[in-house]
Design a protein around this ligand. Structure first.
Ligand code: MN
Ligand code: MN
Length: 462
Protein backbone atom coordinates (compact mmCIF):
# COMPACT_ATOMS: atom_id res chain seq x y z
CA UNK A 1 0.00 0.00 0.00
CA UNK A 2 1.15 3.51 -0.74
CA UNK A 3 1.23 6.15 1.97
CA UNK A 4 -1.87 7.72 0.44
CA UNK A 5 -3.72 4.37 0.42
CA UNK A 6 -2.71 3.70 4.01
CA UNK A 7 -3.78 7.14 5.02
CA UNK A 8 -7.21 6.75 3.51
CA UNK A 9 -7.59 3.27 5.04
CA UNK A 10 -6.50 4.12 8.57
CA UNK A 11 -6.74 7.86 9.19
CA UNK A 12 -10.26 9.12 9.52
CA UNK A 13 -10.92 12.79 9.76
CA UNK A 14 -14.24 14.43 10.58
CA UNK A 15 -15.50 16.15 7.49
CA UNK A 16 -17.73 19.18 7.65
CA UNK A 17 -20.84 18.80 5.53
CA UNK A 18 -20.33 22.37 4.36
CA UNK A 19 -17.38 21.04 2.34
CA UNK A 20 -18.68 17.65 1.29
CA UNK A 21 -22.40 18.11 0.68
CA UNK A 22 -23.68 19.29 -2.70
CA UNK A 23 -25.06 22.81 -3.05
CA UNK A 24 -28.43 21.26 -3.72
CA UNK A 25 -28.32 19.24 -0.54
CA UNK A 26 -27.26 22.27 1.52
CA UNK A 27 -30.27 24.14 0.14
CA UNK A 28 -32.48 21.18 1.04
CA UNK A 29 -31.06 21.26 4.58
CA UNK A 30 -31.85 24.97 4.93
CA UNK A 31 -35.39 24.45 3.62
CA UNK A 32 -35.99 21.49 5.93
CA UNK A 33 -34.96 23.61 8.91
CA UNK A 34 -37.58 26.27 8.09
CA UNK A 35 -40.23 23.58 8.72
CA UNK A 36 -38.33 22.43 11.77
CA UNK A 37 -38.26 25.91 13.33
CA UNK A 38 -42.01 26.28 12.77
CA UNK A 39 -42.50 22.94 14.53
CA UNK A 40 -40.38 24.07 17.51
CA UNK A 41 -42.46 27.25 17.84
CA UNK A 42 -45.70 25.26 17.76
CA UNK A 43 -44.46 22.51 20.07
CA UNK A 44 -42.93 23.80 23.29
CA UNK A 45 -44.40 21.03 25.45
CA UNK A 46 -44.84 17.28 25.01
CA UNK A 47 -48.61 17.77 24.59
CA UNK A 48 -48.11 20.43 21.92
CA UNK A 49 -45.62 18.18 20.11
CA UNK A 50 -48.22 15.39 19.97
CA UNK A 51 -50.90 17.80 18.77
CA UNK A 52 -48.66 19.24 16.07
CA UNK A 53 -47.35 15.89 14.80
CA UNK A 54 -50.89 14.45 14.81
CA UNK A 55 -52.17 17.39 12.82
CA UNK A 56 -49.65 16.62 10.07
CA UNK A 57 -50.17 12.84 10.40
CA UNK A 58 -53.93 13.17 9.88
CA UNK A 59 -53.35 15.37 6.84
CA UNK A 60 -51.16 12.59 5.47
CA UNK A 61 -53.82 9.94 5.99
CA UNK A 62 -52.80 8.40 9.31
CA UNK A 63 -55.76 7.00 11.28
CA UNK A 64 -56.13 5.81 14.88
CA UNK A 65 -54.72 2.33 15.45
CA UNK A 66 -57.36 -0.35 16.03
CA UNK A 67 -56.09 -3.29 18.06
CA UNK A 68 -57.08 -6.59 16.46
CA UNK A 69 -57.31 -5.19 12.93
CA UNK A 70 -55.26 -6.88 10.23
CA UNK A 71 -53.40 -4.14 8.37
CA UNK A 72 -51.94 -4.32 4.90
CA UNK A 73 -48.79 -2.82 3.40
CA UNK A 74 -48.98 0.95 3.14
CA UNK A 75 -51.58 1.41 5.91
CA UNK A 76 -50.78 4.36 8.16
CA UNK A 77 -51.79 4.34 11.82
CA UNK A 78 -51.08 6.25 15.02
CA UNK A 79 -51.43 5.65 18.72
CA UNK A 80 -51.91 8.76 20.82
CA UNK A 81 -50.94 7.87 24.40
CA UNK A 82 -52.80 10.30 26.68
CA UNK A 83 -51.90 13.25 24.48
CA UNK A 84 -48.29 13.09 25.71
CA UNK A 85 -46.64 10.33 23.72
CA UNK A 86 -47.19 9.20 20.16
CA UNK A 87 -46.54 6.25 17.90
CA UNK A 88 -46.71 6.66 14.11
CA UNK A 89 -46.53 3.51 12.01
CA UNK A 90 -46.59 2.62 8.34
CA UNK A 91 -47.18 -1.06 7.63
CA UNK A 92 -44.48 -2.66 5.52
CA UNK A 93 -44.52 -5.26 2.76
CA UNK A 94 -42.56 -7.88 4.70
CA UNK A 95 -44.36 -9.99 7.32
CA UNK A 96 -44.16 -8.68 10.88
CA UNK A 97 -42.26 -11.81 11.87
CA UNK A 98 -39.27 -10.20 10.12
CA UNK A 99 -39.41 -7.40 12.65
CA UNK A 100 -40.05 -3.67 12.51
CA UNK A 101 -37.73 -0.73 12.03
CA UNK A 102 -38.25 1.56 14.98
CA UNK A 103 -37.06 5.04 15.86
CA UNK A 104 -37.53 6.20 19.45
CA UNK A 105 -37.18 9.80 20.54
CA UNK A 106 -38.60 11.91 23.36
CA UNK A 107 -40.74 15.03 23.21
CA UNK A 108 -40.45 16.26 26.79
CA UNK A 109 -37.71 18.81 27.52
CA UNK A 110 -36.20 20.35 30.64
CA UNK A 111 -38.47 23.11 31.93
CA UNK A 112 -40.07 24.58 35.03
CA UNK A 113 -43.45 23.26 36.21
CA UNK A 114 -45.93 25.06 38.45
CA UNK A 115 -46.51 23.54 41.87
CA UNK A 116 -50.00 22.26 42.68
CA UNK A 117 -50.59 25.17 45.08
CA UNK A 118 -48.69 27.89 43.24
CA UNK A 119 -50.21 31.34 43.79
CA UNK A 120 -48.99 33.67 46.54
CA UNK A 121 -48.35 37.34 47.27
CA UNK A 122 -45.29 38.90 48.88
CA UNK A 123 -44.01 42.50 48.98
CA UNK A 124 -46.92 43.60 46.81
CA UNK A 125 -46.07 41.14 44.06
CA UNK A 126 -47.97 38.06 42.92
CA UNK A 127 -45.90 34.98 42.15
CA UNK A 128 -46.18 31.29 41.27
CA UNK A 129 -44.18 28.65 43.14
CA UNK A 130 -42.50 26.17 40.80
CA UNK A 131 -40.72 22.83 40.72
CA UNK A 132 -38.24 22.34 37.92
CA UNK A 133 -38.40 19.33 35.59
CA UNK A 134 -35.27 17.56 34.36
CA UNK A 135 -31.63 18.51 34.55
CA UNK A 136 -31.31 22.28 34.37
CA UNK A 137 -28.74 24.85 35.44
CA UNK A 138 -31.28 26.81 37.47
CA UNK A 139 -29.45 30.14 37.15
CA UNK A 140 -29.97 30.05 33.36
CA UNK A 141 -33.72 30.53 33.80
CA UNK A 142 -33.67 33.83 35.71
CA UNK A 143 -34.07 37.29 34.17
CA UNK A 144 -35.46 36.22 30.81
CA UNK A 145 -38.95 36.30 29.27
CA UNK A 146 -40.92 33.14 29.98
CA UNK A 147 -44.20 31.77 28.69
CA UNK A 148 -46.78 29.56 30.38
CA UNK A 149 -48.11 26.52 28.52
CA UNK A 150 -50.27 23.64 29.57
CA UNK A 151 -53.64 22.31 30.53
CA UNK A 152 -55.98 22.69 33.46
CA UNK A 153 -58.51 19.89 33.85
CA UNK A 154 -61.41 21.10 35.94
CA UNK A 155 -63.41 18.92 38.30
CA UNK A 156 -66.16 18.64 35.66
CA UNK A 157 -63.46 17.09 33.39
CA UNK A 158 -63.46 20.01 30.96
CA UNK A 159 -59.97 21.01 29.84
CA UNK A 160 -58.67 24.55 29.59
CA UNK A 161 -55.65 24.89 27.31
CA UNK A 162 -53.26 27.65 28.34
CA UNK A 163 -50.70 29.39 26.13
CA UNK A 164 -49.61 32.79 27.43
CA UNK A 165 -46.49 34.59 26.24
CA UNK A 166 -46.21 33.41 22.63
CA UNK A 167 -48.32 35.97 20.77
CA UNK A 168 -46.60 39.33 20.20
CA UNK A 169 -49.45 41.01 22.13
CA UNK A 170 -49.26 38.56 25.06
CA UNK A 171 -47.68 39.43 28.40
CA UNK A 172 -44.71 37.32 29.49
CA UNK A 173 -43.44 36.24 32.92
CA UNK A 174 -40.03 36.01 34.51
CA UNK A 175 -38.00 34.70 37.40
CA UNK A 176 -36.23 37.62 39.02
CA UNK A 177 -32.53 37.66 39.93
CA UNK A 178 -30.58 39.74 42.44
CA UNK A 179 -28.78 42.90 41.30
CA UNK A 180 -24.95 42.51 41.28
CA UNK A 181 -24.64 45.39 43.75
CA UNK A 182 -26.22 43.29 46.50
CA UNK A 183 -25.19 39.84 45.28
CA UNK A 184 -21.89 39.45 47.16
CA UNK A 185 -23.28 36.59 49.25
CA UNK A 186 -25.20 35.03 46.38
CA UNK A 187 -22.08 35.01 44.16
CA UNK A 188 -20.24 32.93 46.78
CA UNK A 189 -22.81 30.14 46.45
CA UNK A 190 -21.87 27.07 44.36
CA UNK A 191 -23.24 27.42 40.82
CA UNK A 192 -25.99 24.89 41.48
CA UNK A 193 -27.31 27.13 44.24
CA UNK A 194 -26.90 30.55 42.62
CA UNK A 195 -30.65 30.34 42.14
CA UNK A 196 -32.01 27.63 44.41
CA UNK A 197 -35.02 25.47 43.57
CA UNK A 198 -37.29 27.39 45.93
CA UNK A 199 -36.06 30.68 44.42
CA UNK A 200 -37.43 29.83 40.97
CA UNK A 201 -40.53 31.91 41.66
CA UNK A 202 -42.42 33.22 38.65
CA UNK A 203 -43.45 36.89 38.70
CA UNK A 204 -47.03 37.22 37.48
CA UNK A 205 -48.44 40.52 38.75
CA UNK A 206 -48.16 43.66 40.86
CA UNK A 207 -51.43 45.61 40.68
CA UNK A 208 -53.84 45.33 43.62
CA UNK A 209 -57.54 44.51 43.45
CA UNK A 210 -59.49 47.70 44.21
CA UNK A 211 -61.19 46.84 47.47
CA UNK A 212 -60.36 48.55 50.76
CA UNK A 213 -61.34 45.60 52.91
CA UNK A 214 -59.52 42.71 51.25
CA UNK A 215 -56.02 41.51 52.17
CA UNK A 216 -53.47 40.17 49.66
CA UNK A 217 -54.96 42.45 47.04
CA UNK A 218 -52.41 41.66 44.30
CA UNK A 219 -53.00 37.94 44.65
CA UNK A 220 -56.73 38.65 44.67
CA UNK A 221 -56.45 40.65 41.46
CA UNK A 222 -54.58 37.78 39.73
CA UNK A 223 -57.22 35.36 41.04
CA UNK A 224 -59.92 37.57 39.55
CA UNK A 225 -58.13 37.59 36.15
CA UNK A 226 -57.70 33.79 36.26
CA UNK A 227 -61.39 33.38 37.03
CA UNK A 228 -62.63 35.85 34.45
CA UNK A 229 -60.31 34.79 31.63
CA UNK A 230 -60.02 31.03 32.22
CA UNK A 231 -62.89 30.27 34.59
CA UNK A 232 -60.49 28.64 37.04
CA UNK A 233 -60.23 28.76 40.81
CA UNK A 234 -57.51 27.90 43.32
CA UNK A 235 -58.39 24.19 43.40
CA UNK A 236 -58.12 23.83 39.64
CA UNK A 237 -54.32 24.13 39.89
CA UNK A 238 -54.42 20.79 41.70
CA UNK A 239 -55.37 19.11 38.43
CA UNK A 240 -53.23 21.08 36.04
CA UNK A 241 -50.01 20.59 34.13
CA UNK A 242 -48.60 24.06 33.61
CA UNK A 243 -45.12 24.40 32.20
CA UNK A 244 -42.89 27.46 32.11
CA UNK A 245 -40.79 27.64 28.96
CA UNK A 246 -38.76 30.38 27.23
CA UNK A 247 -41.01 32.91 25.48
CA UNK A 248 -38.76 33.39 22.45
CA UNK A 249 -39.07 31.73 19.06
CA UNK A 250 -36.63 29.52 17.15
CA UNK A 251 -34.04 31.55 15.24
CA UNK A 252 -31.21 31.11 12.79
CA UNK A 253 -27.85 31.46 14.53
CA UNK A 254 -24.75 32.92 12.89
CA UNK A 255 -24.09 35.45 10.14
CA UNK A 256 -24.08 32.46 7.79
CA UNK A 257 -27.43 31.29 9.23
CA UNK A 258 -25.92 27.81 9.50
CA UNK A 259 -27.41 26.90 12.87
CA UNK A 260 -30.75 26.77 14.67
CA UNK A 261 -31.08 28.26 18.14
CA UNK A 262 -34.20 27.38 20.12
CA UNK A 263 -35.69 25.97 23.27
CA UNK A 264 -36.38 22.23 23.53
CA UNK A 265 -34.21 20.86 20.73
CA UNK A 266 -33.29 18.00 23.09
CA UNK A 267 -35.03 16.00 21.89
CA UNK A 268 -37.58 17.55 19.57
CA UNK A 269 -34.89 17.73 16.89
CA UNK A 270 -34.78 13.94 16.79
CA UNK A 271 -38.54 13.63 17.30
CA UNK A 272 -39.17 15.92 14.34
CA UNK A 273 -36.60 14.36 12.00
CA UNK A 274 -37.69 10.79 12.81
CA UNK A 275 -41.41 11.63 12.59
CA UNK A 276 -40.86 13.39 9.27
CA UNK A 277 -39.07 10.33 7.90
CA UNK A 278 -42.26 8.33 8.55
CA UNK A 279 -44.71 11.09 7.58
CA UNK A 280 -42.87 11.65 4.28
CA UNK A 281 -43.13 8.00 3.19
CA UNK A 282 -44.90 7.91 -0.17
CA UNK A 283 -45.02 4.15 -0.59
CA UNK A 284 -45.09 1.12 1.68
CA UNK A 285 -41.67 0.50 3.21
CA UNK A 286 -40.08 -2.95 3.06
CA UNK A 287 -40.43 -3.47 6.83
CA UNK A 288 -43.08 -1.93 9.05
CA UNK A 289 -41.79 1.46 10.10
CA UNK A 290 -42.58 2.90 13.46
CA UNK A 291 -41.66 6.27 14.96
CA UNK A 292 -42.16 6.50 18.69
CA UNK A 293 -42.14 9.84 20.49
CA UNK A 294 -42.05 9.28 24.25
CA UNK A 295 -42.60 11.53 27.24
CA UNK A 296 -40.74 11.73 30.59
CA UNK A 297 -37.24 10.90 29.31
CA UNK A 298 -35.76 13.86 31.16
CA UNK A 299 -36.90 12.47 34.51
CA UNK A 300 -36.09 8.81 33.96
CA UNK A 301 -38.58 7.64 31.29
CA UNK A 302 -41.05 6.85 34.09
CA UNK A 303 -44.83 6.69 34.10
CA UNK A 304 -47.47 5.57 31.65
CA UNK A 305 -46.24 7.92 28.91
CA UNK A 306 -42.52 7.26 29.43
CA UNK A 307 -40.44 4.67 27.62
CA UNK A 308 -40.40 2.40 30.68
CA UNK A 309 -44.20 2.27 30.41
CA UNK A 310 -45.86 -0.65 28.63
CA UNK A 311 -47.65 1.22 25.85
CA UNK A 312 -45.07 0.46 23.16
CA UNK A 313 -44.96 -3.23 24.06
CA UNK A 314 -48.77 -3.39 24.12
CA UNK A 315 -48.91 -1.68 20.72
CA UNK A 316 -46.61 -4.30 19.20
CA UNK A 317 -48.61 -7.10 20.90
CA UNK A 318 -51.81 -5.72 19.40
CA UNK A 319 -50.22 -5.18 15.99
CA UNK A 320 -48.91 -8.78 15.92
CA UNK A 321 -51.95 -10.64 17.28
CA UNK A 322 -54.13 -10.66 14.11
CA UNK A 323 -51.31 -12.47 12.30
CA UNK A 324 -51.11 -15.17 14.98
CA UNK A 325 -47.79 -13.73 16.18
CA UNK A 326 -46.57 -12.92 19.67
CA UNK A 327 -45.37 -9.37 20.21
CA UNK A 328 -42.02 -10.62 21.44
CA UNK A 329 -41.46 -12.51 18.19
CA UNK A 330 -41.77 -9.22 16.34
CA UNK A 331 -39.62 -7.32 18.85
CA UNK A 332 -36.82 -9.90 18.83
CA UNK A 333 -36.49 -9.49 15.05
CA UNK A 334 -36.63 -5.67 15.18
CA UNK A 335 -34.07 -2.91 15.04
CA UNK A 336 -34.23 0.43 16.81
CA UNK A 337 -32.50 3.72 16.23
CA UNK A 338 -32.75 5.44 19.61
CA UNK A 339 -33.01 9.02 18.43
CA UNK A 340 -31.55 11.44 20.93
CA UNK A 341 -29.10 14.31 20.87
CA UNK A 342 -25.38 14.20 21.61
CA UNK A 343 -23.10 16.79 23.20
CA UNK A 344 -21.19 18.69 20.52
CA UNK A 345 -17.65 19.86 21.28
CA UNK A 346 -17.84 23.46 22.48
CA UNK A 347 -14.50 25.24 21.84
CA UNK A 348 -14.94 27.20 25.06
CA UNK A 349 -15.32 24.01 27.11
CA UNK A 350 -13.53 21.51 24.86
CA UNK A 351 -11.60 19.81 27.66
CA UNK A 352 -14.62 17.81 28.85
CA UNK A 353 -14.39 15.85 25.59
CA UNK A 354 -11.89 13.39 24.18
CA UNK A 355 -11.61 14.82 20.69
CA UNK A 356 -11.05 11.63 18.69
CA UNK A 357 -14.41 10.28 19.84
CA UNK A 358 -16.41 13.46 20.29
CA UNK A 359 -18.90 14.94 17.82
CA UNK A 360 -18.31 18.26 16.06
CA UNK A 361 -20.97 20.67 14.83
CA UNK A 362 -21.55 20.37 11.09
CA UNK A 363 -19.93 16.94 10.73
CA UNK A 364 -23.15 15.00 10.52
CA UNK A 365 -25.49 12.90 12.57
CA UNK A 366 -23.85 11.12 15.49
CA UNK A 367 -23.87 7.41 16.20
CA UNK A 368 -23.25 6.56 19.84
CA UNK A 369 -22.41 2.91 20.43
CA UNK A 370 -22.87 3.48 24.14
CA UNK A 371 -23.84 6.21 26.59
CA UNK A 372 -23.85 5.83 30.39
CA UNK A 373 -21.42 6.93 33.06
CA UNK A 374 -18.62 5.47 35.22
CA UNK A 375 -17.66 2.66 32.85
CA UNK A 376 -20.72 2.68 30.54
CA UNK A 377 -23.01 2.19 33.57
CA UNK A 378 -26.69 2.29 32.66
CA UNK A 379 -26.05 2.33 28.94
CA UNK A 380 -27.21 0.26 26.01
CA UNK A 381 -23.96 -0.85 24.46
CA UNK A 382 -24.87 -1.61 20.85
CA UNK A 383 -23.42 -4.78 19.32
CA UNK A 384 -20.65 -4.75 16.74
CA UNK A 385 -23.10 -6.46 14.38
CA UNK A 386 -25.63 -3.64 14.68
CA UNK A 387 -22.89 -1.03 14.32
CA UNK A 388 -21.81 -2.76 11.10
CA UNK A 389 -25.40 -2.73 9.83
CA UNK A 390 -25.72 0.99 10.58
CA UNK A 391 -22.34 1.82 9.02
CA UNK A 392 -23.33 0.01 5.85
CA UNK A 393 -26.78 1.60 5.77
CA UNK A 394 -25.46 5.15 6.24
CA UNK A 395 -22.62 4.58 3.78
CA UNK A 396 -24.95 3.30 1.07
CA UNK A 397 -27.37 6.13 1.76
CA UNK A 398 -24.59 8.70 1.47
CA UNK A 399 -25.45 10.07 4.93
CA UNK A 400 -22.92 12.35 6.65
CA UNK A 401 -22.24 10.82 10.07
CA UNK A 402 -19.71 10.70 12.88
CA UNK A 403 -19.23 8.68 16.03
CA UNK A 404 -19.78 10.21 19.44
CA UNK A 405 -19.23 9.65 23.11
CA UNK A 406 -20.76 11.71 25.91
CA UNK A 407 -17.65 13.44 27.23
CA UNK A 408 -14.38 12.05 28.53
CA UNK A 409 -14.40 8.78 30.45
CA UNK A 410 -15.13 9.65 34.12
CA UNK A 411 -16.23 13.18 33.14
CA UNK A 412 -19.91 12.48 33.78
CA UNK A 413 -22.38 10.92 31.42
CA UNK A 414 -26.03 10.27 30.84
CA UNK A 415 -28.52 7.98 29.19
CA UNK A 416 -31.32 7.82 26.66
CA UNK A 417 -34.35 5.61 26.06
CA UNK A 418 -32.09 3.11 24.25
CA UNK A 419 -31.65 0.73 27.18
CA UNK A 420 -35.42 0.42 27.82
CA UNK A 421 -36.02 -0.61 24.23
CA UNK A 422 -33.01 -2.90 24.15
CA UNK A 423 -34.44 -4.61 27.25
CA UNK A 424 -37.40 -5.69 25.09
CA UNK A 425 -34.87 -7.73 23.06
CA UNK A 426 -34.60 -5.13 20.29
CA UNK A 427 -31.18 -4.43 18.73
CA UNK A 428 -30.75 -0.73 19.54
CA UNK A 429 -28.21 1.99 18.90
CA UNK A 430 -28.19 5.71 19.69
CA UNK A 431 -28.24 8.25 16.88
CA UNK A 432 -28.91 11.97 16.90
CA UNK A 433 -27.98 15.58 16.38
CA UNK A 434 -25.03 17.14 18.24
CA UNK A 435 -26.12 20.09 20.39
CA UNK A 436 -24.34 23.07 21.94
CA UNK A 437 -25.66 24.34 25.30
CA UNK A 438 -27.77 21.21 25.75
CA UNK A 439 -30.53 21.59 28.38
CA UNK A 440 -30.12 25.38 28.35
CA UNK A 441 -33.16 27.54 27.49
CA UNK A 442 -31.49 28.26 24.12
CA UNK A 443 -29.90 25.20 22.54
CA UNK A 444 -27.92 25.33 19.29
CA UNK A 445 -27.75 22.77 16.47
CA UNK A 446 -26.36 22.75 12.93
CA UNK A 447 -28.70 22.66 9.94
CA UNK A 448 -26.34 20.22 8.23
CA UNK A 449 -26.53 17.83 11.20
CA UNK A 450 -30.32 18.13 11.42
CA UNK A 451 -30.68 17.28 7.76
CA UNK A 452 -28.16 14.44 7.97
CA UNK A 453 -30.17 12.98 10.85
CA UNK A 454 -33.41 13.22 8.85
CA UNK A 455 -31.63 11.54 5.96
CA UNK A 456 -30.40 8.73 8.23
CA UNK A 457 -33.97 7.98 9.34
CA UNK A 458 -35.15 8.14 5.72
CA UNK A 459 -32.53 5.61 4.68
CA UNK A 460 -33.53 3.38 7.64
CA UNK A 461 -37.12 3.44 6.35
CA UNK A 462 -36.24 2.20 2.88
MN1 MN B 1 -32.54 13.72 25.17
MN1 MN C 1 -31.90 15.63 27.83
Amino acid sequence: MTAADLKSAFFSEKKNGGLTMSEEELRAADAFCEDYKAFLDAAKTEREAVTELLRVAEEKGFVPFEPGKKYVAGDKVYLNNRGKALILAVIGKAPLSEGINLTASHIDAPRIDLKQVPLYEDCGLALFKTHYYGGIKKYQWAAMPLALHGVIVKADMTTVTVTIGEDESDPVFCITDLLPHLAADQMKRPAGDVIKGEELNLLIGSRPFRDDEASEKVKLNIASILFEKYGITHDDFLSAELEIVPAFKAKDVGLDRSMVGAYGQDDRVCAYTSARAVLDLTEAPEKTMLAMMADKEEIGSCGATGMKGAFFKYFVDDLAAPYGLKGHTVLSASKCLSADVSAAVDPTFADVHERMNAPFVGCGTTIMKFTGSRGKGGSNDASAELMAYVRKMLGEGNVLWQTAELGKVDQGGGGTVASYIAELDVDTVDIGVPVLSMHAPFEVTSKIDIYATYKAFTVFNK
